[in-house]
Design a protein around this ligand. Structure first.
Ligand SMILES: Cc1cc2nc3c(=O)[nH]c(=O)nc-3n(C[C@H](O)[C@H](O)[C@H](O)COP(=O)(O)OP(=O)(O)OC[C@H]3O[C@@H](n4cnc5c(N)ncnc54)[C@H](O)[C@@H]3O)c2cc1C
Length: 441
């Protein structure tokens, strides 16, 4: 199938991906006089920073997925996986949801396919690890933890019960920290429903090779997060990683092993498979891009978000004139989207192009209940004020008023006690990182 011109003969702009980067760029491009096609593996924009809330059940999954059809009127939406780009013929090859292959022609191309979870070559990891990058994984995780509580409540052997209730999270970045803090709180709150389980039966471990929890928060707030995790009973092991995983045991780099059947992998991201097919220069698995967000040597192609290694103009260059690249965050992806759309339109004769430059506004980290840490505009906040800012930021950043209202209502209805109903999702294969991210559900 070839997706070609529609009725109006405007220049063809193709956006690959509909996450933070692709969606916000498409929203701006959809209002311009161009023929816009959005080629994405999903039919919605997933607000990933609220996946920990979906996993603990304080936010409904549909509240964090913004439908493309109603928010990008006028754009041609093609659902499929881009599999390669022919830069000479100016077409993107893709495989549709039904397995049918096709091409989309472009005059300007914006690559925003994001990243995938970085799976290391650790025996058993691909077969047993659960990730947290898709709604499928978040929902599965929630069901899995609730089922473990139910199963353990019926077990009479104390060792088996403890093993069923041991949960290992690898990666103490924002995803791992938020998930562990919120999950540890959830399991603690649900214990009255499972009278055979004692507090000390439930173990949450958070491990990371780094020396500190979320070093990007700074020593003081990183320490706040660490203290809160410990207060929630989390066993935080730093400068430690995993060497092997089976369905009943996890082995760590310090030589210790634990009886455990739950390993949650939040240890970083790597190149989207599409990016690897392009054979272009990369930095840490991201496409090298100049400050105008274009691929050097391909002036009609742009790359942003987790897929683009964009020089951070707010940071000084080293002795070779090289600057660090912008971190792979939603905050940067959203702003790069607006900048890329503006530069593409300028290239097509509307407006002026500018180099991408954005001062980091800080981080917000929701630790569950009344707890959060945040660094808005360089301030170091914790507790209720940080919580207010964290939630306020998410409501501001979520696209569409409808999603904002839904998320605010979800939070209000969940209160301090999200319900404990498992949805009965199928277990196993479908939720493994290797499957869930391919399906991109
Ligand atoms: C659990 C979690 C919590 C996070 N918390 C924060 C936070 O608090 N603050 C923050 O700033 N950042 C946070 N992030 C990071 C942030 O979500 C990412 O940096 C951001 O989503 C990157 O945007 P993107 O558009 O580049 O990629 P994504 O948002 O991942 O979007 C990629 C899009 O491309 C599509 N796609 C993938 N492959 C293809 C293909 N081959 N063809 C077509 N389409 C394809 C996908 O379906 C998706 O629509 C978090 C991430 C996670 C997973």
């Amino acid at each position: 199938m070839t997706v070609g011109p529609r009725t109006s003969p405007g220049p063809k702009v193709v956006v690959v991906g509909s996450g933070f980067a692709g969606f916000f760029a498409a929203r701006k491009l959809a209002r311009a006089d161009v023929e816009l096609t959005v080629l994405s593996a999903t039919d919605g924009m997933l607000y990933q920073p609220l996946l920990p809330d979906v996993a603990v059940g304080t936010v409904d999954p549909r509240s964090v997925v913004v439908p493309l059809a109603s928010t990008l009127p006028g754009a041609t939406l093609v659902r499929g996986h881009a599999s390669g780009v022919d830069f000479d013929a100016r077409v993107v090859h893709y495989t549709g949801a039904d397995g049918v292959t096709g091409v989309v022609a472009y005059d300007r191309l914006l690559l925003a396919p994001g990243s995938v979870t970085r799976l290391l070559d650790i025996p058993g990891l691909a077969e047993h690890a659960i990730g947290l990058k898709t709604v499928t994984e978040a929902l599965y995780l929630r069901d899995h933890v609730l089922r473990r509580l139910e199963t353990a409540n019926d077990l009479t052997d104390p060792a088996a019960r403890r093993a069923a209730l041991t949960f290992v999270v690898v990666g103490a970045g924002y995803a791992g920290v938020e998930l562990t803090a919120q999950m540890a709180r959830l399991t603690r709150n649900l214990l009255p429903l499972h009278p055979a389980i004692a507090v000390q039966d439930v173990r949450w471990l958070l491990v990371d090779v780094a020396k500190a929890v979320m070093p990007e928060l700074g020593a003081s707030l990183g320490d706040t997060a660490l203290q809160l995790l410990k207060k929630r009973g989390v066993d935080v092991r730093l400068e430690v990683s995993v060497t092997a995983v089976t369905d009943s045991e996890v082995t760590f780099t310090d030589g210790t092993t634990l009886d455990c059947s739950t390993l949650i992998w939040c240890a970083g991201i790597t190149a989207n498979p599409l990016i690897d097919t392009l054979n272009l220069p990369m930095t840490k698995g991201r496409l090298n891009v100049d400050a105008s967000l274009r691929l050097p040597g391909h002036p009609d192609v742009y790359a942003i978000g987790d897929a683009g290694a964009i020089p951070d103009l707010t940071k000084p260059a080293d002795e070779h004139g090289t600057r660090p690249v912008c971190p792979p965050t939603a905050q940067h992806a959203m702003r790069q989207a607006t900048a890329a759309a503006r530069n593409i339109l300028a290239d097509l004769g509307h407006g002026t192009a500018r180099r991408y430059r954005h001062h980091d506004l800080g981080l917000v980290v929701d630790l569950g209940g009344p707890d959060a840490t945040a660094t808005p505009l360089g301030l170091h906040l914790r507790g209720r004020l940080a919580k207010l800012i964290t939630r306020g930021y998410h409501l501001y950043a979520l696209p569409t008023g409808k999603r904002r209202i839904r998320v605010a209502l979800d939070w209000a209805l969940a209160g301090n006690h999200p319900d404990d109903v498992a949805l009965g999702l199928p277990t196993g294969q479908a939720a493994l990182i290797t499957h869930a991210e391919n399906a991109n559900g």
